[in-house]
Design a protein around this ligand. Structure first.
Ligand code: DX5
Ligand code: ZN
Length: 226
């Protein structure tokens, strides 16, 4: 199995100061990706920004973009984010009727294709589709807001995805998002995650670079692939 050895830490700019976006992006230049949360006030009860803002982030960011679409009608909007140049575009399983077709479209444009599942959504339907995706995002909070508590009850599902990926020799990345901090990241790494989104734990820190390094270290030590 060719899973990447080093855990990835993707700070979420949902926790950044939107008015100082350029400076906020510079602060995380040692991160692996910047996690960009797009919300439509329909799929989730919160609203952030759309393609125009993401295009500016793409033009400004020192690290590649990991776009997380918390929007309805993903089929209509997701390919546009790949066209902007985002390295990775993740849509919700619950927001499309044809996840495989949409992932293929995103890949054809040249981005990595991700699929996200909410805490209450089963992982089993994905087991036979892992080859169609570059990343599976297991939400560890209900999507919509930063600063919520990590839900440990999502860990068995993550572990089941990890085991399915290992059985198949799949190199799909397993991402967690929500409540990831130095108190929770080891649990997630020990359940099979290799890609970690952290909003408040990074941007809420006085030393953002040290926070990223520490999260990566904790994840590496606890990782199943060590
Ligand atoms: C929540 C978003 C997350 C959020 C995480 O719906 O998808 O990416 O920014 O924030 P923290 O790390 O503060 O839980
Ligand atoms: Zn997110």
């Amino acid at each position: 199995m060719t899973r990447a050895q080093d855990p990835r830490v993707n700070p979420s700019i949902l926790a950044a100061d939107f008015v100082n976006m350029q400076a906020e992006l510079e602060r995380i230049s040692t991160a692996d990706f910047v996690h960009v949360d797009v919300m439509d006030n329909h799929f989730v009860p919160n609203l952030t920004f759309g393609p125009q803002m993401v295009e500016r982030i793409q033009a400004t960011s020192p690290v590649p973009l990991d776009v997380h679409l918390m929007i309805s009608d993903a089929d209509r909007w997701a390919p546009g984010y790949a066209e902007i140049g985002a390295a990775s575009v993740t849509f919700h399983w619950e927001a499309t009727s044809n996840p495989v077709e949409l992932a293929r479209k995103i890949r054809d444009i040249g981005a990595r294709a991700g699929v996200a599942i909410k805490p209450g959504t089963a992982a089993e339907p994905l087991f036979d589709l892992l080859d169609e995706f570059d990343q599976v995002l297991v939400m560890t909070v209900e999507p919509g807001f930063g600063g919520q508590g990590f839900m440990p009850e999502t860990m068995p599902k993550l572990r089941a995805l990890y085991d399915a990926a290992r059985r198949q020799g799949s190199d799909v990345w397993l991402q967690v998002d929500g409540g990831i901090s130095d108190r929770t990241i080891e649990q997630a790494a020990a359940a099979g995650a290799d890609t970690f989104v952290a909003g408040s734990a990074v941007y809420g820190s006085d030393n953002v670079e040290a926070a990223i390094t520490r999260l990566r270290e904790l994840a590496r030590t606890a990782s199943l692939d060590r």
